[in-house]
Design a protein. Structure first.
Length: 383
């Protein structure tokens, strides 16, 4: 939550600084970058980058450190992301802080990268100092924990490299598609090669968020495992795998039926239409993101059901985590809320139809299992 608040501050300041490029549009389908889309995109970018950098520092210091200490250090270090906006404002810099042009030049000119007189479009002077501070402070942290100079020096280049690749993967993809590195070509790449033909996501900025949003729960799961492997295994054991697979089968069956309906009503069928439902790979990423959302929404429903059925499970299901006191009720409920939050955000990134479905299903699950409604007590409804 603290990092989320810091990321929101950074992006709100950036929106105010660059208000001419952004405006509010509820349908998220404008040629301009909408406020909703950029907030989801950038907040997920910062949170996922924070988690990745925390794992990098943990890898360097894992023998004499624990993941919680690393998370605390990197959490306080995240305040540095507010610095570039104010620094650029003070010095009168008006460069947009977007995807840089050539990621390979940054590796070739590592020393010149921190020179504010070197022109690199997309990298403002404040961002350069920001990345320099993060890289060198990471090296100092590694040295304090390990007392190894070589490892701390290697940490500088590793952190710098992670940030560089993480912030420039779109430019790298544009180069692979031979569009070049200037921003206009990168945007053209996003809207044409990457986004052209996509039928599920409705905004190219949100579509880029898939990768960040999927990375957040994945890294959190690994961090949870490293922090408390015993409870992590308990949670895995309590997953209702059979029911989860059941719902996922229904989810994918819906796409199969929709595809068959499309083939039955579309006179222009290609030879590959039976094998490939979508022409754009981004749609398959969206389908996978939706499946993760469905899976997480169901698991949150399971957690809330176990929480309110504690007394019943004490008799009928004594192997449940709460009954065996393997996890506290408060922690269990917080975990369910966090999982539900990720499920809703992932669904929203895919499209509004899936978001409304997941939200409705979650509400129905809540009123079915939980007080004060608890419809599972009502005859007929309980089955």
């Amino acid at each position: 939550l603290a990092v989320f608040a810091i990321a929101m501050l950074r992006n709100m300041f950036e929106l105010l600084h660059k208000v001419g490029y952004l405006y509010l549009k509820p349908d998220l389908q404008s040629e301009y970058i909408s406020v909703f889309a950029i907030l989801i995109h950038m907040v997920s970018f910062w949170i996922s980058l924070w988690l990745v950098l925390a794992l990098v520092l943990f890898w360097f210091t894992r023998k004499k450190n624990n993941i919680r200490n690393v998370l605390k250090f990197t959490m306080f270090g995240m305040f540095i992301i507010i610095f570039p906006v104010f620094f650029d404002l003070i010095i009168g810099n008006d460069d947009m802080m977007l995807y840089p042009e050539d990621p390979f030049d940054l590796f070739r000119n590592f020393s010149g990268y921190f020179n504010i007189h070197t022109q690199i479009w997309g990298i403002s002077p404040g961002m350069r100092y920001e990345i320099a501070i993060v890289s060198f402070s990471s090296a100092i942290y590694v040295y304090i924990k390990t007392r190894q100079i070589l490892k701390s020096l290697f940490a500088i280049f590793t952190v710098f490299g992670v940030i560089t690749i993480y912030g420039m993967w779109v430019s790298i993809l544009a180069q692979i598609y031979e569009h070049g590195f200037d921003f206009e070509n990168v945007v053209y790449f996003l809207k044409s090669d990457l986004f052209r033909g996509a039928v599920i996501p409705k905004h190219w900025t949100l579509s880029l968020s898939f990768f960040y949003l999927l990375l957040i729960p994945a890294t959190l799961a690994y961090i949870f495992f490293k922090d408390n492997p015993k409870v992590y295994k308990v949670i895995l054991r309590n997953l209702r795998w059979t029911r989860s697979i059941h719902y996922l089968i229904l989810y994918f069956a819906g796409f199969a039926l929709g595809h068959l309906f499309f083939l039955a009503t579309n006179s222009e069928k290609s030879s590959t239409s039976m094998l490939f439902v979508f022409s754009n790979p981004l749609d398959y990423v969206a389908v996978f993101t939706g499946a993760v959302s469905i899976f997480l929404a169901f698991q949150s429903a399971v957690i809330f059901n176990d929480y309110f059925d504690f007394k019943i499970d004490a008799v009928s299901n004594p192997d449940r985590p709460l009954v065996r006191r393997e996890i506290s009720p408060q922690s269990y409920r917080k975990l369910g809320s966090l999982i539900l939050f990720f499920a809703l955000v992932l669904a929203f990134a895919v499209n509004m139809a899936l978001f409304y479905y997941v939200l409705t299903a979650s509400i129905l699950s809540y009123v079915y299992s939980n007080e004060p409604f608890r419809l599972k007590k009502v005859f007929l409804i309980n089955n």
